[in-house]
Every structure is written in C-alpha cells, then in structure tokens.
Design a protein around this ligand. Structure first.
Ligand code: ASP
Length: 302
C-alpha cells in the first residue's frame, strides 16, 4: 500500500480560517499524490506536498510565516528519507522561499544534516535554491499581527502557548512509496514574535521529523518547546516499533507522554512500514488530509 498524509498545523483554528486550511491540505495532498501514484518516490511526494503549503499564505511556512521579534522571517524545515537513513534540515534561514527544498539539497549533499542562518542561505545560493527578499515572505496579515503584538505589553509566547492562544500553522507530510521507502518532512516559520534565532522542533531530526523504512515515518506540529523535550517524532517511531507497528496507537501514546511530561500540546501524523496511517492531536483542530492506494477517495478535515 502506498500512502501520503499531510498536516497544516494543530491548534484552535478559528472558524473563518477552516476552509482555507482544508483547501490548503487538500491541494498539498493532490500534488504529492500526483507523484506518488505514478510511481514517484516518497521523498519527491513529501517535498512537493510541503512546497505547496509553503507557497500557500494560509500556513506558517514559507510565504505567510510568522514574523519574529526583530521584524524578520526566519524559517525552519527538515526532511528525512528512511531508505538510506539520510536527513537534511535548515534552521533560522532567511531569504529562502521553499526551505524544504533546501533541506532536501542538504540531505542529498550527504555531508551535513543541519545548516543554520547565513550558512544555510549561502548553501541555497550555491546550490540553485530559489532565494527571495524578506518582503516576498511577509504578508499583510502577518504584518498586522506583528504590529498588534508590539503594541501589547509583555507578550510572552510561553504563556500564550499555555493558554493555547498561539496559532500553530506548521506544515508536514509523511509518505511511503511503492518500493516501501518512507519519507517525512516539516516546514515552519516557528512561533509569532519568536526571539531571533529561536528554533522549534520542526528542523530537529527526531523531534519534528523522523523516517525509518523498517518502522515508518512521523511529522509533528504544536508547541515546539514541549515537543523537543520528549523528542516527539522518534518517540512515536519507537512506540510504533514496540506496539506491533500500530501508527494510531503510537501517535496517541506519544501525545500522552507529551502531556504527562511537559503539559504540551500538538499533533502527530504517522505512517507505518505497511502504509497504514495514524493521526492524533490534543488541540481543538488539526488541518489534515490523507490518501492510500486502498482508498476510493482522499480524506481531508480540520
Ligand atoms: N512546532 C512549531 C514550532 O514550535 C510550531 C507549529 O507547529 O506550528 O516551531
């Protein structure tokens, strides 16, 4: 069975944004599935699906990302291939339209795994990855949000997270192709008004992303500071390894660990090495969509 699952963030998506989120994950799924269903690779499908959401201003990834405390966009992304056990990631990178493609280039370079800041931008320029200006990534909606936050006294992301008041619009995808190869990826602008240089779970292999052909793949979303502490993606992979390969149970048990140990919250998408999909979230909503070669039609929900 070949499968693809994507997410567009786990949080309390307001009613007026629900349709855009659903349409966004559906479009990403369609683009990734067009590759996978024609015999394409899991890595290609994951990259493509994430690119679609990076280019969609609805999500906090690529264009439309949150703006940091310094008024800039800094992006994080990661991708992992469970076939050759390769990974690539970027953190706090600027001037890159599709950080997932940059993460992939780094993965394929096979020398480094994680590049940050100016080094990551330099790598992009040297390897033909499209660069852009800050203005190309900043939308009016995010500029308004940023201005509004500057006007508030003592905006502390941690407190806002505790009150579940932070939008969590990170995107991710996990796929298995017809050779049994698993890939997963994540891309984000992080959290609104984050401290410059702040890095969440998304670009950290094992926290936001993990893939192992022998077990499956995972991508996460949510409060990065809590997801990092429980090494969320790898924890779910290990749970799946020990529960007979049940991705739903593993995703749910992973969230229980997150809550018990950190009082955190978020969402998890997982695929096992047979193509079975598991999704769990402890937020009011999570934008998600999936399809397998055994389904008549794709599923999408928020
Ligand atoms: N996990 C991301 C971060 O903390 C946020 C998100 O999922 O939207 O950077």
């Amino acid at each position: 069975m070949i499968s693809l699952v994507v997410h567009g963030g786990a949080w309390d998506i307001p009613d007026d944004l629900v349709d855009a989120h659903k349409a966004g994950v559906q479009a990403a799924l369609k683009a990734g599935w067009a590759i996978l269903s024609k015999g394409g690779t899991a890595v290609d499908a994951v990259e493509r699906a994430i690119m679609v959401m990076e280019d969609d201003e609805t999500f906090d990834a690529g264009t439309g990302s949150f703006i940091n405390m310094a008024g800039e966009v800094e992006l994080d992304a990661s991708i992992m291939s469970g076939k050759k056990f390769q990974a690539g990631a970027v953190a706090s990178v600027q001037h890159v339209k599709n950080p997932i493609s940059l993460a992939r280039k780094i993965m394929e370079g096979n020398e480094h795994i994680l590049l940050v800041g100016m080094g990551a931008t330099r790598f992009a320029k040297e390897h033909g990855i499209k660069t852009c200006s800050q203005d190309d990534l900043i939308t009016n909606r995010e500029l308004d949000r940023w201005r509004e936050i500057q006007g508030r006294k003592n905006f502390i992301t941690k407190d806002a997270f505790r009150r579940k008041k932070v939008p969590v619009d990170t995107v991710g995808a996990v796929a298995i192709d017809n050779h049994g190869n698993v890939a997963s990826g994540a891309s984000t602008g992080g959290t609104p008004n984050k401290y410059p240089g702040r890095v969440g779970d998304s670009p950290l292999i094992g926290c936001g992303t993990y893939a192992d052909n022998e077990i499956g793949g995972v991508s996460t979303s949510g409060w990065g500071e809590s997801l990092i502490k429980v090494v969320m993606a790898k924890t779910v992979i290990d749970l799946m390894d020990h529960n007979g390969g049940d991705p739903e149970q593993a995703a749910e048990d992973g969230l229980k660990i997150l809550v018990r140990k950190t009082e955190g919250y978020g969402g998890i998408i997982a695929v096992n090495n047979k193509g079975r999909i598991g999704i769990a979230f402890n937020t009011p909503r999570m934008a998600r969509a999936y399809v397998t070669s055994e389904m008549r039609a794709p599923f999408a929900a928020t």
